[in-house]
Design a protein around this ligand. Sequence first.
Ligand SMILES: [Zn+2]
Ligand SMILES: [Zn+2]
Length: 153
Amino acid sequence: MTTRTNTSRDKVLQVLQLLRKELSAQELYLELRNQKKGIGLATVYRVLKSLKLEGAIQERLTPVGESFYSLITPTHSHHLNCLGCGKIIALDICPLDKPISQISKSEDFKVFYHTIELFGLCALCQSDSQLPYGNAHQPGMSCPEQNNKDCHA
Ligand SMILES: [Zn+2]
Ligand SMILES: [Zn+2]
């Protein structure tokens, strides 16, 4: 029993290491089946749960309720998501490393990983007059900058 569990565990870890991307349980299951290392979907879920409790993998829940799993690596990045053009900018520093290690100490809580996603508008989209949330107003609406003589909208 123990040996079989370890084998399934290694198979799942190998796929995550090899593909280096987020996978759903279903995708992991299919990938393992393609590699002729098929293990049952129920086993995949069980292995994922225990890897999560070990702090080996992290789970990300999408807005549609699907879970994606990936390896936890010592380095990680956070992303700025532009709602205007869909551009994703990776931050190479983690603004939370210090505060989290303090919380971890004061609460005696072992933190495996954290996520933050930042949403807003990139520099280009902020200056794009076509966007309702840009700096400029829509044509025909009263100009918020009443003294702006250059405004002909
Ligand atoms: Zn943008
Ligand atoms: Zn971080």
